[in-house]
Write a protein that binds this ligand. Structure first.
Ligand code: GDP
Length: 472
C-alpha cells in the first residue's frame, strides 16, 4: 500500500506485478529491500533507501498527475577544452536578447533561459564542463535534463569529450551531439562522426539513436536547429512539473556582494517562487527580498525550469543544494540549525563513501551488491588489463562495475565522478593531481595507487571476500 502511494499506482497493479514475479503478497505486507527495488524497477522507479529524517528533511508531496504541466528542458553543455562550449553558450544567450532589452548588461549568473524561434523555452546552466555537472550530482542535485556534447569539427574526439560522454551516461542523461566550428575550412564532421561511433555513440544520420547537429558558435549556423533538437528530445522526455505549489529547486551558485549581501542563483524545478517566500537551502534560510533574471530585470514570480538570482539568504548555499519554501521563518530557522548541527557531527564522524576496508562490513550486513571502480593508468594496455581482471572478480553477490577508465593522472573530475557514484579509484603507475587529492580528502573518496597490477587485483579480491584486514 505504501509503495503504491509512493509511486502513485494502484495497489492492484503492485500485487499483480508481484504475482508475475512469483511473489504472493497482501496489501499490508512488508517487503524486503530487494523486492521493493525489483518492483519499483518494473514501474520505472529506482529506490533510495536513505532514511528520511523528519526533523531535517522537508517532506515533499507527490504531485498528482493532473497537476502537472509541461516545463522547459534544462541543458548543460559539455565537451573538450577549446571546442567551443563557452562560445556556444554566449552565442545562444546573446542572439536571444531582443531589441528592447539590448543595452541591458547581461550577467553571468550561472544559468539563463531563452525562447526559441518556435516560441518554446530552454534553460541553460552557464557553467560549461562536466566538472560542474558532476559536482552538482555529487551533492544529489538532478538538474540537467539534456546534455549537449560539443566536438570541434577541426579536431577530434578528445579525452574530455569521452569523459563528458561518460559522465552524462553514468547520470542517465540523454546526449545531443553538436559538431562545432563547421565554418572552418578544415572542418571534417564525418571524421568526428566516425570517431564517435568508435566510442559507441552512433549519430542519427548514421543510423544511430543520437541526435547530432553541425553548428558554428561563431556565425550561428545550425544553432537554431540544435535548439529545435533539444526541444524534440525534451518532448520525448515528457518533462513536467506542478507550477501551483510552493517552489522546490536547486542552488546553482552563491556569492557575497558587498552591497547586497548573499546573492544566490537558483533553478526552480517545480512550484512557483515569489517575493516574500521563506527559502531554506542547506543550512541557510531567508525571505526572498528580490529576484532577478540574467538580464538584471526584476521578477515577482518564478515558475518551473526558470533560473533566477535571489537576495535574502543568510549565507552562501552550496551549488547542488536543494532549496524548499517553508511555512514560516521559525520553521526554516529550526531546520537550518539542526542541519548545521548534523553537518558538524558528520564532519567528525563516519566516512561517506565506499572504501575497500568498508566492503567487508557492508557485505556482512548484506547491503552490498555493487562495487563501482574508476581505473586510471599510465598506458592503455595496463588500464585495459586491469579493468578486465577487475570485472572478472564479479561474483553472484557482488558485481564489479568499471564506471570510467582512462589514461593519465587522476583528475578532479575523476574524484567527483567517484563521489557522485560511490566508487573507489584505482591508479596504476599514476598519481592524483593536487586538486584531485584535496577533493578526495573532503569528499572522502578512496584512491588506491599501485605499481603492480597483481597487487591491485588481489586487494580488491580480498576485500570482496571480506578478507581485508581493517586498517584504522
Ligand atoms: P571552450 O573551452 O570549450 O569553452 O571553448 P571556447 O568557447 O572558449 O572556444 C575556444 C576557441 O574556439 C575560441 O577562440 C573561440 O573563438 C573559437 N571558436 C569557438 N567556436 C567556434 C566556431 O564555431 N568557429 C570558429 N571558427 N571558432 C570557434
Amino acid at each position: 500500500n505504501d509503495l503504491a502511494s509512493l509511486m502513485d499506482v494502484s495497489v492492484n497493479d503492485i500485487i499483480s506485478t508481484c504475482m508475475s514475479l512469483g511473489m504472493f503478497v497482501s496489501i499490508n505486507q512488508r517487503l524486503d529491500a530487494e523486492s521493493i527495488t525489483i518492483i519499483a524497477d518494473e514501474f520505472g522507479y529506482s529506490v533510495d533507501f536513505t532514511t528520511q529524517d523528519e526533523e531535517v528533511d522537508v517532506v515533499e508531496e507527490v504531485d498528482a498527475e493532473e497537476t502537472l504541466e509541461d516545463r522547459a528542458p534544462i541543458v548543460t553543455i559539455m565537451g573538450h577544452v577549446d571546442h567551443g562550449k563557452t562560445s556556444l553558450l554566449d552565442y545562444i544567450r546573446d542572439s536571444k536578447v531582443t531589441d528592447d532589452e539590448a543595452g541591458g548588461i547581461t550577467q553571468h549568473i550561472g544559468a539563463y533561459d531563452v525562447t526559441t524561434e518556435s516560441g518554446k523555452k530552454i534553460a541553460f546552466l552557464d557553467t560549461p564542463g562536466h566538472e560542474a555537472f558532476t559536482a552538482m550530482r555529487a551533492r544529489g542535485a538532478k538538474i540537467t535534463d539534456i546534455v549537449i556534447i560539443v566536438v570541434a569539427a577541426d579536431d577530434d574526439v578528445m579525452p574530455q569529450t569521452k569523459e563528458a560522454i561518460n559522465h552524462a551516461q553514468v547520470a542517465g542523461v540523454p546526449i545531443i551531439i553538436a559538431i562545432n566550428k563547421i565554418d572552418k575550412p578544415n572542418a571534417n564532421p564525418d571524421k568526428i562522426k566516425e570517431a564517435l561511433s568508435a566510442n559507441n555513440i552512433l549519430v542519427e544520420d548514421w543510423g544511430g539513436k543520437y541526435q547530432c547537429q553541425e553548428i558554428s558558435a561563431k556565425t550561428g549556423q545550425g544553432v537554431e536547429d540544435l535548439l529545435e533538437k533539444v526541444l524534440l528530445e525534451a518532448e520525448v522526455l515528457e518533462l513536467k512539473a506542478n507550477p501551483n505549489k510552493k517552489a522546490v529547486g536547486s542552488i546553482i551558485e552563491a556569492t557575497l556582494d558587498k552591497g547586497r549581501g548573499y546573492v544566490t542563483t537558483m533553478m526552480v524545478q517545480s512550484g512557483t517562487l515569489e517575493v516574500g517566500d521563506v527559502v531554506l537551502a542547506g543550512s541557510y534560510f531567508g525571505k526572498v527580498k528580490a529576484m532577478f533574471d540574467h538580464k538584471g530585470a526584476k521578477l515577482k514570480k518564478v515558475g518551473p525550469s526558470t533560473p533566477l538570482q535571489m537576495l535574502g539568504l543568510d549565507g552562501a548555499a552550496q551549488a547542488g543544494d536543494k532549496f524548499n519554501v517553508m511555512e514560516s521563518d521559525r520553521e526554516a530557522r529550526e531546520i537550518a540549525t539542526k542541519r548545521e548541527q548534523i553537518q558538524r557531527e558528520q564532519n567528525i564522524r563516519t566516512k561517506k563513501h565506499i572504501t575497500l576496508d568498508e566492503i567487508g562490513r557492508r557485505l556482512a550486513i548484506g547491503s552490498f551488491k555493487e562495487l563501482n571502480v574508476i581505473v586510471k593508468g599510465d598506458v592503455d594496455g595496463s588500464v585495459e588489463a586491469l579493468s578486465d581482471s577487475l570485472l572478472k572478480l564479479s561474483t553472484k553477490e557482488v558485481q564489479v562495475n568499471i564506471i570510467h577508465k582512462g589514461v593519465g593522472q587522476i583528475s578532479e573530475s575523476d574524484v567527483l565522478l567517484a563521489s557522485a557514484s560511490d566508487a573507489i579509484i584505482i591508479g596504476f603507475q599514476v598519481r592524483p593531481s593536487g586538486g584531485a587529492k584535496k577533493i578526495a580528502e573532503t569528499e572522502e573518496v578512496e584512491i588506491r595507487l599501485y605499481s603492480i597490477i597483481y597487487d591491485a587485483i588481489n586487494d580488491v579480491k580480498d576485500a570482496m571476500e571480506g578478507l581485508l584486514a581493517p586498517t584504522v
